[in-house]
Design a protein around this ligand. Structure first.
Ligand SMILES: [Zn+2]
Length: 100
C-alpha cells in the first residue's frame, strides 16, 4: 500500500497484516493497557521485543504521543537515534562597563 507513509520514518518493516494485528490487539486489550507502565490509554501498538516478531504475542500497546510517553523512554534506552534535543543555554549578558 503506497502512499500516506511519507514523513514517517518511525514506521519500518511493518508486516502487511499490520492493520489486522492492530485490530486483534485492540480486541484483546480494549483499554490499550500500556505494556511499559501498565496504565490504559496507549495510543500505539509496540513490539515488546524488538525485532521481526510481529506475532500478536509480541505486540502490545504503549504510550507514544500521549503522556507519560513510555515509548520515548524505551527508545532512548535502546538507542539514541531519535534523539534530537538540543539544549540551548543562553549565556548571561555581561555588562562589563556597568555602574555609573
Ligand atoms: Zn505507558
Amino acid at each position: 500500500m503506497p502512499g500516506g507513509w511519507a514523513g514517517s520514518s518511525r514506521r519500518r518493516r511493518l508486516p502487511g497484516n499490520w492493520e489486522q494485528l492492530r485490530a486483534a490487539a485492540h480486541r484483546r486489550n480494549p483499554a490499550h493497557i500500556c505494556h511499559v507502565c501498565g496504565r490504559p490509554g496507549g495510543d500505539q501498538l509496540d513490539h515488546k521485543v524488538r525485532g521481526d516478531d510481529h506475532r500478536l504475542e509480541n505486540l502490545d500497546w504503549i504510550h507514544t504521543n500521549v503522556p507519560p510517553y513510555c515509548h520515548r523512554y524505551k527508545s532512548s534506552r535502546e538507542g539514541n537515534a531519535a534523539k534530537k534535543r538540543v539544549s540551548i543555554k543562553r549565556p548571561k549578558e555581561q555588562h562589563p562597563g556597568m555602574g555609573s
